[in-house]
Design a protein around this ligand. Sequence first.
Ligand SMILES: Cc1cc2nc3c(=O)[nH]c(=O)nc-3n(C[C@H](O)[C@H](O)[C@H](O)COP(=O)(O)O)c2cc1C
Length: 360
Amino acid sequence: MAGLRDALDGALLLAPMTRGGNLPYRRLCVELGARVLMGEMTVARRLKQRRRGEYALIRRAPDEPFFGVQLAGTDADEMGWAAALAEERGADLVDINFGCPIDVFTRRGLGAALGRQPKRIRRIVEGVKRAVVRIPVTAKIRLGWNESSRNYLEQAQAAVDGGADALVVHGRTRDARYRQAADWDAIGELVAALPVPVVGNGDALFPADIEAARVRSGCAAVMAGRGALIKPWLFREAREGYWDLSAEDRLRIYRRYVDLAREHWGEDAHGLARVGEFVRWHLAFWCRYAPRRADGTWPGMQVREPMSFARSPLEALLARADHAALDWLARRLTAREEIVPTEAPAPDSAPDPQDDQAEG
Ligand SMILES: Cc1cc2nc3c(=O)[nH]c(=O)nc-3n(C[C@H](O)[C@H](O)[C@H](O)COP(=O)(O)O)c2cc1C
């Protein structure tokens, strides 16, 4: 698959993310340099049931250069049918979810539950490969169910035996969720063991993280999830180097998202309510931004920086993670109103627990 190798070569991919990978957010990422983007996890059975909400998830944005649809399911024929549908509707790639840790899915045998059954991984990948005509198929796995069952080599081999054209690895186990740092040495082991390109995933937040991950693992490409939610301009940084944005620059980017979201969901009351919900959701990630530290080191993904970095009242406001600030900012951004830091409400709560939102 020369096309896929070219697309992946040295790229930073937008990870598949429920909610986070909504169509206007992907457009924003494209404007900020993203070239390979994944949509939100789509359940094959729900497509079969003709659910409108699910069809919306496989819709490609008009200006999207390379759009991957991620499918979840347990039945090889159903997954094949859904993959053919995604291809017909313009997907450039189909990725299969073998890593989703959420109980409601794993109890039904989906996502990370399949990671425990390499034979089924193989059958599902085969079913999807048979069904698509021209687009590549990838498999996204975690390292295993827990520390005592790190079966990533078996999972990956099963996917390759089934015909996967590349492998995406989130370098944590299902039980680890987001609590530990991603294991880039394990990703490197997969790079060495597999005949197909490996996309490594976990904890990329600054260009230095991306470079370190590449050097450490030798992966063909890096994929960013939360990093791209916190900093949609990470794609530009991946090409051009660290970008120290002012709070005003950031606000312009958030306002651009509002424009794209209003275009997508509409400007009537219903559309604006939807835009408001998404803006509020994104703000809980945007507020986690912190610049390079004064001593030249980089903040990490797992630990929140002290607020003391804020260089202006606006930067301090954008770093607030309490409900009152997030609600107020969401309302004003959605309505395209001015943001005046002195008018912001006092904190009314503890910071939002963002990691509860992390679904993959
Ligand atoms: C809000 C959110 C939603 C996610 N939804 C999905 C999903 O639908 N499919 C999937 O394979 N992974 C999903 N993930 C996991 C990401 O794709 C990625 O593997 C994970 O966040 C690790 O990368 P990071 O450390 O760069 O965030 C989700 C992550 C987040 C934060």
